[in-house]
Design a binder for this molecule. Structure first.
Ligand code: RB5
Length: 147
């Protein structure tokens, strides 16, 4: 599996450890290939550019899933969800992450550097990656209705 990952400058916000490289290493440690779309340092970058790159990577088939990071997770999620076929979810707990995979068939996880502790991000990522899409009729029907 390939996961596209990206963040704005919040991913390199002090104090260290910087979330962007830490989360990439964490995902790689699970044996998952990462497509890193940037950014690559603390210089300010507009979060929609990064959210668009991760969304396009999924829609073009370059990656199966995506993980986005910004200050809150909200800006990247709003942007990603403007792409038909993207179901981006801001999660602050592992249970949200599990349920959004099971019920909403989430294909992008959005995390907030200024909201969620790094260790909690790891737990959220684990829950999100490991939960399959439910094939129960009601969930499939509802996801289909999203368009
Ligand atoms: C950047 O300061 C901040 O606005 C951005 O990371 C994000 O939180 C937006 O939703």
């Amino acid at each position: 599996m390939i996961i596209a990952m990206g963040s704005d400058h919040a991913g390199y916000e002090d104090p260290p450890p910087h979330y962007k490289p830490a989360l990439i290493e964490y995902v790689k440690s699970k044996g998952i290939e990462v497509l890193d779309v940037g950014c690559y340092g603390p210089d300010a970058v507009d979060y929609p550019e990064i959210a668009n790159l991760v969304s396009e990577a999924i829609l073009s088939g370059k990656a199966e899933l995506g993980i986005l990071l910004c200050g809150t997770g909200i800006g990247v999620s709003i942007t990603a969800n403007r792409h038909p076929g993207i179901r981006a979810s801001v999660c602050t707990t592992p249970e949200m992450a599990r349920l959004t995979r099971e019920h909403n068939h989430s294909n992008i996880l959005c995390l907030g550097r200024r909201i969620v502790a790094l260790e909690d991000c790891y737990a959220i990522i684990d829950a999100w990656i490991n939960e399959p899409y439910s094939q129960a009729d009601r969930h499939v029907r509802r996801v289909t209705k999203m368009g």
